[in-house]
Design a binder for this molecule. Structure first.
Ligand code: ADP
Ligand code: MG
Length: 684
């Protein structure tokens, strides 16, 4: 008994001691332990030596090995940030940039936004003191405008290079170029285990530093027959795993916010029905527009006895690593941009993923132990229907943005730009034509004053043009609100399954004659009148977080207006002025009602439909301008306004002629006049 007493006293005192250890110290220890356990850790010394030795280094390592979170810290400790020199690290996705910066600042024990910060479009969380800067690839691209040699950076890490986003691909060419005349700059290209050889070749045979992975085997299951409804199949699979499989969290790959929200509700509803018959199931969604405090939830450790299911877009494929995943459910789709270079139509399409993607997804199940991946497609489909690799974005997107940016950087010769995989010729020509029609380029393909002002805005050229046109129509106040609301598009209204009727009525109450942009304006203005009340949002089925984001974006646009010296002026109630300004930006997106009662795009006679959520769905105006096309079962125009055909002559005289706009003529629009086009394309 004596001994037992002693033992329990000792226990009590040691417990006491740990309690005394400050919470911060315990956290510190846990962090260090995690850092030491990462596959990259044993290579810290070698990696730093290799970086000192070579100007350009390709770093390849399995997802989760610690590349993104650790390398900038190693560089800091090795002295690469002395004298306030920066290490910049690009991420293709905004969520990743935010989340990784948050993690690193926590690991370093610094407050986010000070020494460690992030910069994403419309959100700059950095300071004068920032030395480790995470940012989207698009933001680094924009930094070239202000600092063409990126002199404030000592090291640039182009991370997640395998994602091959448009911006990353353009960065490759630009950073390769500055590395030539800045021998002091270190350039790291880091990627998951894909394409390293190709990157090395592009960067003049730069050496490859490989971080050996630690992977447990993943057993792959296929469905016997194709799934008619993959969302339902995914939900059923989650529940089956939950009731029949040993502990371990589940990761489900879905295509976007809407799908994730639907799956979330389906899971809630079905687990509620099962009640206490099952263990706790924690549902954590993650997608790009999810607010950061909710994003952090996916990283919270799962309490014993419970199971976490993460509903993610393909952000969880390689950009974010969630520990504890043992089961992966892969329906085999992602939302991709697709671009028709003939018609210039870009749309978001749910597309089958590639084999490379599918293998990355499966790999997510084998990080902590042996795992299982449930593919909701057949083995035959995997073998015969999936492409080997995803086509790089540069080959399936509109290049207007990038061409405008490169022109602003003084790069006129686009055909000889050093692209890893060049974009299709037609796509480049089309981008030039479009910028010419918008007035951003002259006949010679040179940037105009308007083009230079457009490049100030981190928006696509049509939106920038709309904003600049608001000066002429004296409605800049309304137009920046509309621009801000469009940029949080699709996340404005809240539509809970059990209150669909109420939610739809609330949404329809916002409708304004003239179209959806005016409705969006109305939502924002009503909210502003309540002094930005949360309660008001709740009562009107409007998502408060999205509105707050719109307000932030709007504030930034207001700042940018000042930079291009456009006063913030309002034309309350003058919807014609507002719609003309919108048309001045989006005249490419004009559709007309044909005799058959269908809408066709004016330019290419493509059949398109008004989105059922639009206030114009039952109005059938003769002419309308849309914001974007979304392909589901058909090509839907999302966010449309009614216009008059004659406005097109006023806002786009370079592009439209009176005879093209006769009502019901059904005639094809002439392309750009021969001579002008020749001039324009000869130059680049
Ligand atoms: P890589 O870039 O090689 O894929 P990362 O550096 O992103 O690897 O991830 C290394 C580790 O850091 C992973 O175990 C991951 O779970 C962890 N991690 C990353 N971000 C967070 C976060 N926000 N919270 C907790 N852990 C995180
Ligand atoms: Mg990474």
């Amino acid at each position: 008994k004596d001994i037992m007493d002693k033992v329990s006293k000792k226990f009590a005192s040691s417990r006491h001691e740990t309690e005394d250890l400050s919470e911060a110290e315990q956290k510190r220890q846990a962090i260090e332990e995690t850092q030491r356990s990462l596959p990259i850790f044993p290579f810290k010394g070698d990696l730093i030596s290799a970086i000192r030795e070579h100007q350009v280094l390709i770093i390849e390592g399995e997802t989760g090995s610690g590349k993104t979170t650790q390398i900038p810290q190693y560089l800091h400790h090795a002295g690469f940030t002395k004298d306030g020199q920066k290490v910049g690290c690009t991420q293709p996705r905004r969520v990743a940039a935010m989340s990784v910066a948050a993690r690193v600042s926590e690991e370093m024990g610094w407050k986010l936004g000070n020494q460690v910060g992030y910069s994403i479009r419309f959100e700059d969380c950095t300071s004068e003191r920032t030395i480790l800067k995470y940012m989207t690839d698009g933001m680094l691209l924009r930094e070239f405008l202000g600092e063409p040699d990126l002199a404030s950076y000592n090291v640039l890490i182009i991370d997640e290079a395998h994602e091959r986003t448009l911006h990353t691909d353009v960065l490759f060419g630009l950073v390769k170029d500055i590395a030539r005349f800045r021998p002091d700059l270190k350039l790291l290209i880091s990627s998951a285990t894909l394409d390293a050889q190709k990157f090395s070749e592009f960067f003049d045979d730069a050496p490859i530093f490989r971080i050996p992975g630690r992977r447990f085997p993943v057993h792959i299951y296929y469905t016997k027959a194709p799934e008619a409804d993959y969302l339902d199949a995914a939900v059923v699979s989650v529940l089956q795993i939950h009731v029949s499989q040993p502990p371990g969290d589940v990761l489900v790959f879905l295509t976007g916010q809407e799908e994730i929200e639907t799956a979330n509700e389906m899971l809630l509803e079905r687990t509620r029905k099962l009640g206490s018959k099952i263990r706790e199931l924690i549902i954590s969604p993650i997608y790009s527009t999810l607010p950061s405090d909710l994003q952090a939830k996916i990283f919270e450790p799962t309490p014993p006895g419970a199971r976490k299911v993460v509903l993610a877009t393909n952000i969880a494929e390689t950009s974010l690593t969630i520990d504890g995943i043992v089961y992966v459910i892969d329906p085999g789709f992602s939302k991709q941009k697709s671009y028709n270079a003939r018609t210039g139509m870009e749309s978001l399409v749910v597309t089958p993923i590639s084999k490379a993607s599918s293998n990355q997804r499966a790999g997510r199940a084998g990080r902590v132990s042996a795992g299982k991946c449930f593919r909701l497609y057949t083995a035959w489909a995997y073998k015969n229907e999936l492409e080997d690799n995803t086509v790089p974005e540069i080959q399936r997107t509109n290049l207007g943005n990038v061409v405008l940016l490169l022109k602003s950087l003084g790069i006129n010769d686009l055909i000889n730009f050093d692209f890893m995989d060049p974009p299709p010729h037609e796509t480049l020509v089309l981008a030039l034509e479009q910028l010419y029609a918008l007035g951003a380029l002259n006949h010679q393909g040179e940037l105009t004053k308007l083009g230079r002002r457009m490049a100030e805005f981190p928006c696509d050229p049509m939106m920038s043009k709309m904003i600049l046109a608001s000066e002429r129509y004296k409605c800049s106040k309304e137009i920046i609100t509309i621009a801000a609301m469009l940029s949080v598009n699709n996340a404005i209204y809240y539509r809970p399954k059990d209150k669909i009727v109420h939610a739809d009525t609330a949404r329809q109450n916002f409708f304004r004659p003239g179209g959806d942009h005016l409705t969006l304006l109305n939502v924002f203005e009503q909210w502003a009148e309540t002094d930005f009340s949360t309660q008001w949002c709740f009562e009107n089925f409007v998502q408060h977080r999205s509105m707050k984001r719109a307000r932030d974006v709007r504030d930034q646009l207001e700042g940018l207006l000042e930079r291009v010296e456009i006063p913030v002026v309002s034309s309350p109630g003058d919807t014609i002025a507002i719609r003309k300004a919108i048309t001045a930006g989006y005249f490419y997106h004009t559709a007309r009602l044909t005799k058959g009662g269908q809408y066709k795009t004016v330019k290419h006679q493509q059949t398109v439909m008004v989105h059922p959520n639009s206030s114009l769905f039952e109005e059938h105006p003769r002419w309308l301008v849309y914001y974007e096309l979304v392909f589901t079962t058909k090509e839907f125009m999302r966010q449309t306004i009614e216009i008059e055909n004659l406005w097109l002559l006023e806002v786009a005289p370079h592009y439209y002629r009176a005879k093209d706009l006769e009502d019901g003529s059904g005639k094809k629009m002439p392309k750009m006049l021969g001579k002008a086009k020749e001039d324009l394309t000869r130059k680049y």
